[in-house]
Design a protein around this ligand. Structure first.
Ligand SMILES: [Zn+2]
Length: 613
C-alpha cells in the first residue's frame, strides 16, 4: 500500500495518461486505430438495451464481459473526449449491474470480471457520478465483489489456483480494492497482499520459456489479467512487487508471437478457438521490454484488415485498456514492421512445443508446429505428438480447438475430470480421434503420459518429441520428429519399438481440404487451386484410407464441416522396430529433390534454450 492514497482516477491510469492519449492519437497509427475502434463501438453501445442479469447455464460470464467492454470503453471515451453521452451511458450500466441480485460468485470469474468493470467505471468517472450513485456502486463492488473473496465466503477456491483463474480473480479483486482503497484501506491491503503472495501459483505455467500450457486463447485470458494486475499495482503503489519476474513470463510474449500462423490464425492446441484476434496485451509487453518486434503479428493483422473489420472481437473488452498499454510507446509502427522474429522457436515446460516457418509476413509460408505435453494438463486435449501444418495459404493439417462448454455441459457431460475413461475424452474435439497423432492398436494415449521436446535445431528446421510415456501401455519407445526442409516441404518421421506382442499402428491426419485423392503410396489434398501431396516414403506397403468426419460422432459433438481423416496403417512384429516417414509437399514446390534420411536420434541437438536462436 502506498503511504498516501492518490485521488481518483488512480486505477490503471491517471489524468496525465488520458491527456497523453488525446495528444498521441494524432501521431501514433496504432493508438489511432484503437481509439477509432473504441469510438465506433461506443456509438453502437448507446443504442443497446442496458445490461440485464441473464445466466447461461451456471455462468454470468458473458454479462460480466459485456459490462467490462461497455463500461471501460464508455468511461475512457468520456475522459478523453468529454462527450457527456458516454459518461451518462456508463452510469446507466453501473446502475444496472449494481442492482443485480449478485455477480454469481459460484463461478468466480464472473464476479472478478464484473468487479474490474465496476471498479473502472467508479474510479474513472468518480467526479461525474451523483453522490447517491457513488454510494450504491461502491456498496455493490464491496458486497458482490470484494467481500465474496474473503476466506469466510464459500467461493474463494481460486486464491491458490494454478491456472488462469488465479490471474483473473486476483486481478479483478485488486482492481476493486484500489478503487475503494480510501474507504476500505485494511481490506484493500489484505487483497493486494493476497494477490502478491499467491500469483506464483498461476505464473508457474510460463516456466521456463514462456510456452503456455492452456494454449494461445487462455494465454490471452490469463495474461491479460496478469498485465491488468501489474498495471494496477505499478500505478497505485509505484512498483510491480516482482509479479513481472516469474520465469518465462516476459518470454511468453515471444511464445504468443510464434502462435500466430501464416494464415493469420492461432496454433489452436488445447481448448482454443481458431481465431483469437488481436493480442492487445502484446502492447504492454512491447513497451515493457522495449521490443517492437513483438508486434509483428499485430501489425500483420492491421495490414490485412478489411475496412471496418474488428480485429479484436475475442478480446474487445480490453480495447480501452489497450490504449493505456500503447500510449507512451517508445517505438513507432514503422519500426515494428521492419523486425523479423525468429523462424524457429521452442518452449519447454508443462506443455512443450516447437514451431518452424519458412518466413514471416507471407501468408503462403509453410508452418509446422509439433507439441508434447500430457492430456491431463489444464484444458488439455489428447494431442501429445500432434502437429499442425500450413502451406500455400491453407491450413492442411488441422487442430479443431475447443467445443463451446455450454453445448457439452448441457448434455450432462463432466468436462473437467481428466481421469482415464472420463467424459472429457469422449468428446471428439478433445479426445484421440481428432488429433494428428499415432494410435497403437486403436488405444487412446495414456492420459497422464507426457511428451517431452527432446531435440531441436533452428538451423536444420527440426524438432523431435519423445512420446514414450504417452504410449507406455503399448510400445517400448516412440518418438516423432518434424523437419521443415529448405524447399518448404515438411518431413514427418515416427519411430517406435514394439514390446513382446505385435502391434498395429495408425497415423492420423485430420484435414478440411475440399478433396483428397489417394494414389500409390501417396495422397493429394486439394483446396481451391492449392494442393498438398503426402508421400509415404516408408513403409511402402502402408495401407492408406480416408474417412469423412464432418458429421458429429456423438449427439453432443459439434459438427465439423468438411472434416476428413486420412490414415496410414502398418503393423510391427513383437520386439521389432517400426516407423513412418511422410513427406508433405506443397503444390508450389515444383521439384522436391531427394534428401538423405537419418534416424531421429541424429536430428538437431538436445533441446536447450541457448540453441533456440
Ligand atoms: Zn485439440
Amino acid at each position: 500500500m502506498p503511504k498516501s492514497i492518490t485521488p481518483h482516477p488512480r486505477l490503471l491510469t491517471d489524468v496525465s495518461q488520458f491527456a497523453a492519449i488525446r495528444t498521441q492519437v494524432k501521431t501514433d497509427a496504432v493508438l489511432r486505430f484503437l481509439f477509432e475502434d473504441a469510438c465506433r463501438e461506443a456509438e453502437v453501445m448507446l443504442t443497446l438495451p442496458p445490461l440485464a442479469y441473464q445466466k447461461d447455464g451456471r455462468r454470468l460470464l458473458a454479462v460480466s464481459r459485456e459490462a467490462l467492454r461497455r463500461i471501460s470503453t464508455l468511461a475512457l471515451l468520456a475522459r478523453i473526449t468529454g462527450d457527456p453521452r458516454f459518461a451518462e451511458r456508463a452510469l446507466v450500466e453501473l446502475r444496472a449491474v449494481a442492482a443485480f441480485p449478485d455477480w454469481n460468485p459460484s463461478h468466480y470469474l464472473d464476479t472478478a470480471e464484473m468487479a474490474l468493470a465496476v471498479a473502472i467505471g467508479y474510479d474513472w468517472l468518480y467526479d461525474r457520478l451523483p453522490p447517491a450513485d457513488r454510494t450504491a456502486v461502491a456498496k455493490a463492488l464491496l458486497e458482490f465483489g470484494l467481500l465474496q473473496s474473503e476466506p469466510a465466503a464459500p467461493h474463494a477456491g481460486w486464491i491458490k489456483a494454478s491456472n488462469n483463474w488465479g490471474q483473473v480473480c486476483h486481478g479483478g479483486m485488486v482492481a476493486g480494492a484500489i478503487a475503494l482503497a480510501d474507504e476500505h484501506p485494511e481490506l484493500a491491503r489484505r487483497i493486494i497482499t493476497r494477490a502478491v503472495e499467491n500469483l506464483h501459483f498461476s505464473a508457474k505455467s510460463y516456466a521456463p520459456d514462456g510456452a503456455y500450457p492452456e494454449g494461445p486463447m487462455y494465454w490471452i485470458y490469463g495474461t491479460s489479467f496478469h498485465v491488468i494486475l501489474l498495471n494496477a499495482l505499478e500505478q497505485f503503489s509505484g512498483h510491480a512487487h516482482g509479479l513481472d519476474h516469474f520465469p518465462g513470463f516476459l518470454a511468453s510474449a515471444d511464445y504468443m508471437l510464434q502462435m500466430d500462423t501464416p494464415t493469420g490464425r492461432a496454433y489452436s492446441y488445447a481448448d482454443c478457438r481458431i481465431n483469437t484476434g488481436l493480442n492487445l496485451a502484446q502492447y504492454w509487453f512491447a513497451r515493457k521490454t522495449g521490443r517492437p518486434d513483438l508486434l509483428f503479428g499485430n501489425d500483420a493483422l492491421f495490414a490485412s484488415r478489411q475496412p471496418d473489420q474488428i480485429l479484436s472481437e475475442e478480446t474487445t473488452r480490453f480495447n480501452a485498456l489497450a490504449l493505456l498499454w500503447r500510449v507512451n510507446a517508445t517505438h513507432s509502427s514503422s519500426s515494428e514492421a521492419k523486425q523479423q522474429p525468429p523462424r524457429s522457436w521452442f518452449g519447454r515446460g508443462i506443455n512443450p512445443l516447437a514451431v518452424h516457418r519458412s518466413g514471416w509476413g507471407d501468408p503462403r509460408a509453410t508452418f509446422i508446429g509439433l507439441k508434447g505435453g500430457a492430456a491431463n494438463g489444464p484444458h488439455g486435449h489428447m494431442d501429445a505428438g500432434s502437429f499442425l501444418l500450413e502451406a500455400d495459404g491453407v491450413r492442411w493439417g488441422v487442430d479443431l480447438g475447443m467445443q463451446e462448454y455450454l453445448s457439452l455441459e448441457s448434455s450432462g457431460l463432466n468436462l473437467w475430470d481428466s481421469a482415464p475413461g472420463s467424459d472429457r475424452w469422449k468428446i471428439f474435439r478433445v479426445g484421440p480421434e481428432s488429433h494428428n497423432i499415432l494410435r497403437f492398436d486403436g488405444k487412446p494415449p495414456v492420459v497422464s503420459g507426457k511428451g517431452e521436446l527432446a531435440r531441436f535445431s533452428a538451423a536444420s528446421g527440426t524438432s523431435v518429441v519423445n512420446l514414450d510415456a504417452v504410449y507406455a501401455d503399448s510400445v517400448a519407445s516412440v518418438s516423432r520428429g518434424v523437419q521443415l526442409l529448405p524447399d518448404r516441404s515438411v518431413l514427418i518421421q515416427d519411430e517406435w519399438r514394439a514390446v513382446a506382442t505385435p502391434v498395429t499402428v495408425t497415423w492420423q491426419f485430420l484435414t478440411e481440404a475440399d478433396s483428397v485423392v489417394i494414389g500409390e503410396s501417396e495422397a493429394t489434398l486439394h483446396q481451391g487451386k492449392e494442393t498438398l501431396t503426402l508421400r509415404v516414403l516408408s513403409p511402402t506397403d502402408a495401407k492408406i484410407a480416408l474417412e469423412n468426419m464432418s458429421a458429429p460422432q456423438a449427439a453432443y459433438d459439434a459438427p465439423n464441416p468438411n472434416l476428413k481423416r486420412l490414415t496410414l496403417t502398418t503393423s510391427t512384429a513383437h520386439g521389432a522396430s517400426g516407423g513412418f516417414r511422410v513427406l508433405a509437399v506443397p503444390g508450389s514446390v515444383k521439384a522436391s529433390p531427394p534428401h538423405s534420411l537419418h534416424p531421429l536420434a541424429e536430428w538437431g541437438e538436445p533441446a536447450k534454450k541457448d540453441s533456440a536462436l
